[in-house]
Design a protein around this ligand. Structure first.
Ligand SMILES: NC(=O)c1ccc[n+]([C@@H]2O[C@H](COP(=O)([O-])OP(=O)(O)OC[C@H]3O[C@@H](n4cnc5c(N)ncnc54)[C@H](O)[C@@H]3O)[C@@H](O)[C@H]2O)c1
Length: 446
C-alpha cells in the first residue's frame, strides 16, 4: 500500500503549479555538499520533498529529526512564536545540513504561502491545530499533523474537509500504528482470535504532569520578551500570561488543550478503533460515569480522573477511563473466546502462547492490516506515491471523536446520543454548542 509507484502522478504533477523553486534559486546563501547534489547517489535537492516545521517544544524536535535523517527530505523552513524555540530549531536544522539555509517565520500563514515548501510538520499546541492545518491544506501542503486532530469536533471537521478538498496527503502523529506490538494486537483481534468482541477498554493517564517544571509559576506576570504571546494564544480566549500553563503544560488548561483525556485519546483509542475496524465509525451513546474536574478558574483545570462508557453499533461497549484501577493503561479487547491487552512495550492475552510471536503468523492472519515499519518514512513514501498513509486525516478524526464526546458529556453531566453519519449530537443544544469554541477575533475558521 505504501510503496512508491513511479507511474503514478508525483507530488509535483499533483500541484500543477509549474516548476518548483529551489532554495538556491531564491537567492538564499547556500553551501551545497556534493551529497546534496546527488553526486554520491543521494537524492538531489530538486527531487527532495521540501518541508517546513511549526513548533519546537516537546514533540517537534523528535519529529523533525526523523525527517532530517530521511535523504528524500529537505527541511527548509521553521515557524515559531518564541524566539528561543526558533533559535533552537534553526540550530538543529542548519547544524544537520552544515549550512544556514533554514528560513524562519513567525507567522505560519507566511510559511504556508511559500510555493517551494511541499510539506509541513505541525507540532503546536491544540488551540492552533484547526487554523494552521486548514491554512496548510488550502496551500496544498502535505501535512504531518499531531494528535489529537484538534481541540474541538468542529475544528476537526474543518481540517478533514480542507484536507479532502485539497487532496493532500495527511499523516497523524499516532505513531503506535507503525510499531510491531500494536500491529500484532490489532491484527489478532481483527483475525478473530478472541472471537466476537463484546467490550473494549481504553486506559489513559490521570492527573497532571509538570512537563515543563513550571508548576510553581502560577502567578500572572508579563510575558517574556522572546514570546509573541498574542500569537501563542491565537484563536483561544485571551487570558493573563502564566508561565505554569504555557509551553508543554498548556495541556492542563481547557482554553488551549484537553487534559490527559484528549492528550492520549489519539493513541490508545486509535489502536482500539484499528482492532475493531472502526476507523470510519463512531459510538451511538456516550454515558459519563465519573469525573473529577477542578474548578474552571484553576490554572490547571482539566479532569484529573474520569470514566465514560460508549456504545458502538452492534452493542459493543467501550470504556474510556483515567485513574480507575480496574481499567489498565493501554488498549484491551474482550471477546467471547478470550482477551488481548496492548500498551507501549507490553502485550498480554488470554492464551500465553500469543506472547511468543512478534507478529501473527501469516497462516492465521485472516485480516492483514496496513504495515508501516516507520511512521515518518511512511508519510514521505505516501507524499511521493499519493497513496493514503497509515493514519490519514479521517482516521485521526474518528480516533479522537470519542474523547471529545466523553469530555462534552462530562461538561453537561448527562448522556449524549451521537449520529455518527451526520456527525452531530442528537437533541441536545447545549452539548452541540460545545462541539466548537468561540474564536477570539480576528481569527475565524473558514
Ligand atoms: N505523537 C506524540 O507522541 C506526541 C507527544 C507529545 C506531543 N504531541 C503533540 O504535539 C503537539 C505539540 O505538543 P508539545 O508538547 O510539543 O507542545 P510544546 O508546548 O512543547 O511546543 C509547542 C511549540 O509550538 C510553538 N507555537 C505555539 N504557537 C505557535 C504558532 N502560532 N506558530 C508557531 N509555533 C507556535 C511553541 O512556541 C512551541 O515551540 C500537540 O498537539 C501534542 O498533542 C504528540
Amino acid at each position: 500500500m505504501n510503496t512508491y509507484h513511479p507511474q503514478r502522478p508525483t507530488r509535483r504533477d499533483f500541484l500543477k503549479t509549474g516548476a518548483k523553486t529551489t532554495v538556491a534559486a531564491l537567492g538564499f546563501p547556500t553551501i551545497i555538499r556534493s551529497s546534496a547534489l546527488g553526486a554520491d547517489g543521494a537524492t538531489a535537492p530538486s527531487n527532495r520533498i521540501t518541508m517546513g516545521v511549526a513548533g519546537w517544544g516537546m514533540q517537534a524536535p523528535g519529529n523533525t529529526g526523523q525527517f532530517l535523517n530521511n535523504p528524500s527530505v529537505q527541511v527548509i523552513a521553521a515557524c515559531n512564536v518564541d524566539q528561543k524555540h526558533m533559535e533552537a530549531a534553526l540550530g538543529s536544522i542548519n547544524g544537520k545540513y552544515g549550512n544556514k539555509d533554514c528560513r524562519a517565520y513567525k507567522d505560519y500563514r507566511e510559511m504556508m504561502a511559500q510555493k517551494d515548501i511541499d510539506s509541513v510538520m505541525l507540532a503546536v499546541p491544540d488551540n492552533w491545530h484547526g487554523l494552521m492545518s486548514v491554512e496548510a491544506a488550502n496551500n496544498k501542503k502535505d501535512i504531518y499533523g499531531e494528535k489529537p486532530l484538534a481541540r474541538t469536533i468542529r475544528e476537526q471537521q474543518a481540517i478533514v474537509k480542507a484536507a479532502h478538498a485539497n487532496n493532500i496527503i495527511w499523516q497523524t502523529g499516532s505513531w503506535q500504528r507503525s510499531t510491531g506490538n500494536f500491529l500484532k494486537a490489532a491484527e489478532m483481534v481483527r483475525s478473530g482470535l478472541i472471537g466476537k468482541v463484546t467490550a473494549v477498554e481504553v486506559g489513559l493517564p490521570a492527573g497532571h504532569n509538570d512537563f515543563a517544571g513550571t508548576k510553581d509559576k502560577m502567578q500572572a506576570t508579563p510575558p517574556p520578551p522572546e514570546l509573541d504571546y498574542e500569537m501563542w494564544i491565537g484563536p483561544a480566549q485571551m487570558q493573563p500570561y502564566i508561565a505554569g500553563r504555557l509551553h508543554m503544560n498548556w495541556r492542563w488548561d481547557y482554553n488551549i488543550g484537553g487534559g490527559q483525556l484528549l492528550d492520549w485519546i489519539g493513541h490508545h483509542c486509535d489502536i482500539a478503533h484499528w482492532g475493531m475496524d472502526w476507523d470510519n465509525s463512531g459510538p451511538t451513546d456516550i454515558t459519563p460515569i465519573q469525573v473529577d474536574m477542578p474548578p474552571r478558574t484553576d490554572v490547571w483545570n482539566t479532569a484529573t480522573k474520569y470514566r465514560a462508557e460508549l456504545t458502538y453499533p452492534g452493542g459493543v461497549k467501550m470504556t474510556i477511563a483515567g485513574g480507575h484501577g480496574d481499567i489498565r493503561g493501554g488498549t484491551k479487547w474482550i471477546g467471547e473466546n478470550g482477551w488481548i491487552w496492548v500498551d507501549r512495550g507490553g502485550f498480554d492475552g488470554s492464551n500465553p502462547d500469543w506472547k511468543k510471536f512478534s507478529r501473527l503468523p501469516e497462516t492465521d492472519r485472516k485480516v492483514p492490516l496496513y504495515y508501516s515499519g516507520d511512521h515518518f518514512k511512511n508519510f514521505i513514501d505516501c507524499v511521493k506515491s499519493r497513496e493514503p498513509t497509515i493514519t490519514p486525516v479521517a482516521t485521526a478524526h474518528h480516533s479522537a471523536l470519542p474523547g471529545h464526546l466523553a469530555l462534552i458529556s462530562f461538561m453537561v453531566n448527562r448522556p449524549l446520543k451521537w449520529d455518527a453519519a451526520k456527525e452531530e449530537i442528537i437533541g441536545d443544544a447545549e452539548a452541540t454548542k460545545l462541539m466548537g469554541r468561540e474564536f477570539r477575533g480576528p481569527w475565524k475558521l473558514a
